[in-house]
Design a protein around this ligand. Structure first.
Ligand code: AMP
Ligand code: TRP
Length: 324
């Protein structure tokens, strides 16, 4: 069975883009692949964060994975910082990664514009991500469009390590889902919907129904009245993509359904499909949260499995590099 590895940083609030671009794909893959999913807390601390609420954020992320349908009996679920093999391999990999390739990373360029302090951790972020992926001899990495470049650099690093030291790592491939791979902000369709920034720009997985209604009602639209999918109407195109991803109807079907109707009708229906899709996830997470033992058990068992698999690769890499 092919191996899948993916992860989300526990920064901010999980939002609809994370669900449609990442977690919902994981749920679909868990029957056909050997899946490993992580909450990558070491990645989250490369940008400003609040250590006081951080443990709760990590927990929330893992519980949302479960609530969204990730089954710990089928997959391995763990918290990145609890498995030291990740940071150890990252050091080894950093010695075959060049400063110039890290400087080319779009996420680094974007984030370093926003942060007060640009840490070496933020710069080395892709190396740690390569370690996450390569430690598990991963075949496929399902992520949103914005992470494609990071998976590609992980593949380059793996090839370079193998070239210098012998065949140690499998070369991973990225898996994107086109239509829903990039969900944009509700207030600015040229920007990605993201966990940080103004709250009304995104639908959080924890948002109650009334907040979802409010956010969609105030989401920006384009000039004109027609519901159509076109490049010069980025706001409606984004809402149509969200509609399609939540309802499983094609964009053409949705456009046909709203022919002759206005934005208000379309938005009312959009609210319904969003609530139908993510309302049950929010409610399930609230139930799971009450069971403290469940969380502890899942991360403990997941860590044991992850540590075992990753230790084998780490030892192989150290031996190849002349360290053992
Ligand atoms: P992040 O929130 O940046 O840690 O991203 C976690 C995962 O969710 C990655 O696989 C991203 O590609 C995906 N993701 C985040 N935001 C979006 C978005 N607006 N649209 C699609 N996928 C997203
Ligand atoms: N960088 C990813 C993001 O921002 C999170 C991540 C860390 C990841 N390690 C990973 C994703 C390994 C896939 C595989 O979303």
């Amino acid at each position: 069975m092919k191996r899948v590895f993916s992860a989300v940083r526990p920064s901010g609030e999980l939002q609809l883009g994370n669900y449609l671009g990442a977690i919902s794909q994981w749920v679909e893959m868990q029957d056909g692949y050997d899946c490993i999913f992580s909450v990558v807390d070491y990645h989250a601390i490369t940008t400003e964060y609040d250590p006081k609420i951080f443990p709760q954020k990590i927990k929330d992320h893992l519980l949302f994975y479960l609530a969204a349908g990730i089954d710990p009996k089928k997959c391995t679920l763990f918290i990145q910082s609890q498995n030291p093999n990740h940071t150890e391999l990252a050091w080894l990999l950093s010695t075959v990664t060049t400063v110039s390739e890290l400087k080319r990373m779009t996420q680094f360029k974007d984030k370093s514009k926003k942060e007060k302090i640009i840490s070496a951790g933020l710069f080395n972020y892709p190396v740690l991500m390569a370690a996450d992926i390569l430690l598990y001899q991963t075949d496929v990495v399902p992520v949103g469009e914005d992470q494609k470049q990071h998976v590609e650099i992980a593949a380059d690093i793996a090839k370079r390590f193998n070239y210098h030291f012998g065949e140690v790592f499998k070369i991973p491939e990225v898996k994107l889902v086109k239509e829903r791979a990039r969900i944009m902000s509700l207030t600015n369709p040229m920007k990605k919907m993201s966990k940080s920034g103004e709250d009304k720009a995104r639908i959080n997985l924890s948002d109650p129904d009334d907040i979802i209604i409010k956010k969609i009602k105030s989401a920006v639209t384009d000039s004109g009245k027609k519901i159509e999918y076109s490049q010069d109407k980025p706001a409606i195109a984004n809402l149509l993509r969200i509609y399609s991803a939540c309802s499983s109807e094609s964009i053409e079907q949705i456009v046909a359904k709203f022919k002759g109707k206005g934005y208000a009708d379309f938005k009312n229906s959009l609210v319904e499909v969003i609530i139908k899709k993510i309302g049950p996830i929010r409610d399930k997470k609230i139930v799971l949260e009450k069971d403290e033992e469940l969380y502890k058990k899942i991360i403990f068992e997941g860590l044991e499995k992850a540590e075992l698999i990753s230790r084998e690769t780490l030892e192989k890499a150290k031996r190849a590099a002349g360290l053992l």
